[in-house]
Design a protein around this ligand. Structure first.
Ligand code: SAM
Ligand code: SF4
Length: 355
């Protein structure tokens, strides 16, 4: 049986004492003094790949087109976030480039007053053809997923992806002037012996490789302790090949979740680790996520969500949207509980959340 793509909407709601104050900036500061500066927008729950760590074996039930936010609805929601101090948007999916009119959507969101940067996360399959138009539309950069350099393993892991095509996409995007970072989910028994080679692949192109610790979503169904590679194991594997590592002090603007390391002997050679599991960064989290059907999730690790699409479709004014956003941010949990299984563990799927 196919599972619902998203759980029933749960509204965690704000804590006692929330007075609905909507001062710009303040509205996006949560109970733990974290300021939200960064919105991730999933523009589709569909994908042209089906990565084994992202999509459950029995598939997912996709939203109907009418359930997805329209471009106008997205513009409106993004404009309210910009008014509240969000400057940076990351478009994701599923696979963002399969949304019809994606280039136009980038151009429209880039023009929203206050939005200073629009970037995306992509599997790279359509990047060779879209890099130029996306750069012209104002896209600043792309994080491209590439988990392995072995074409057969790549096809297995992604359920049919073509590695050569993705590599062409990476090179085309760099040539088009997009700022590119590479992402690989680090998986024991899958790509653990390729971590150094993946770094080398990135460095040869003047890029940075980032390794993502595997996160258990879907009630832990996709989680297997045997698959996990911890941040310290990743560092050890890179260090074994390239020698001593040191933390990289590079300032990357609005901080993302990655912590960066560099080779002590070649400081220009850096890599990042996104270690949500073993060295989590919840205390510094500065982001919230909007799903393709307009649910605002303040934390990836919980099912709580507030439907901004419904606020819009029920005739809400911008003030109502601000209030709903502030409500969600005030209800943002202190941290994820990915390690917990069963009741209370998130039941949503990564493909619906966009990472
Ligand atoms: N389709 C695009 C892509 O693959 O880059 C964007 C969406 S994808 C869900 C965003 C990121 O989440 C990708 O880098 C992917 O590798 C990562 N991801 C997916 N499932 C994951 C999991 N279970 N644990 C950690 N990262 C995961
Ligand atoms: Fe698709 Fe990205 Fe998930 Fe892979 S990780 S199935 S490319 S959404």
């Amino acid at each position: 049986m196919r599972r619902p793509l998203l759980p029933v909407v749960v509204d965690a709601g704000p804590p006692a004492g929330f007075d609905g104050k909507l001062t710009p900036g303040e509205a996006l500061r949560d109970r733990f003094a974290r300021s939200i500066r960064y919105l991730r927008v999933s523009v589709t729950d569909r994908c042209n790949f089906a990565c084994t760590y992202c999509v459950p074996d029995d598939g997912v039930e996709h939203k109907r087109k009418a359930e997805l936010c329209t471009f106008e609805e997205l513009e409106r929601i993004v404009a309210v976030f910009a008014d509240l101090g969000v400057r940076r948007l990351r478009l994701t999916g599923g696979e963002p480039t399969v949304r019809a009119g994606f280039v136009e959507l980038v151009a429209r969101l880039r023009r929203v007053p206050g939005i200073g940067e629009v970037v995306m996360t992509t599997n790279g399959h359509r990047l060779a053809e879209l890099a130029g138009p996306l750069a012209a539309a104002g896209l600043a950069g792309a994080n491209v997923s590439i988990d392995t350099l072995d074409p057969t393993r790549f096809a297995e892991l992604t359920s049919g992806g073509d590695l050569a095509r993705v590599v062409d996409g990476i090179d085309a995007a760099s040539a088009a002037g997009l700022a590119i970072k590479l992402n690989a989910v680090a998986l024991a028994g899958v790509n653990e012996h390729e971590l150094a080679a993946l770094c080398e692949f990135a460095w040869q192109r003047g890029l940075v490789m980032r390794f993502i610790e595997h996160m258990p979503l879907s009630s832990g169904d996709l989680y297997s302790a045997r698959r996990e590679l911890s941040a310290s194991t990743i560092r050890a594997a890179v260090s074994e090949v390239f020698g001593l590592l040191e933390p990289s002090p590079v300032d990357r603007g609005i901080a993302g979740p990655a912590r960066y390391w560099r080779l002590a002997a070649r400081p220009e050679r850096e890599f990042g680790i996104i270690s949500a599991m073993t060295e989590h960064f919840c205390a510094a989290c500065n982001r919230v996520r909007l799903t393709a059907d307009g649910q605002l999730h303040a934390c990836l690790g919980h099912d709580d969500a507030v439907s901004l699409r419904d606020v819009v479709r029920n005739g809400g004014r911008d003030d109502d949207l601000r209030r709903a956003i502030a409500w969600s941010v005030q209800g943002k949990r202190e941290g994820h509980e990915f390690q917990r299984s069963g009741e209370g563990a998130p039941t949503k799927h990564m493909i619906a959340m966009g990472g």
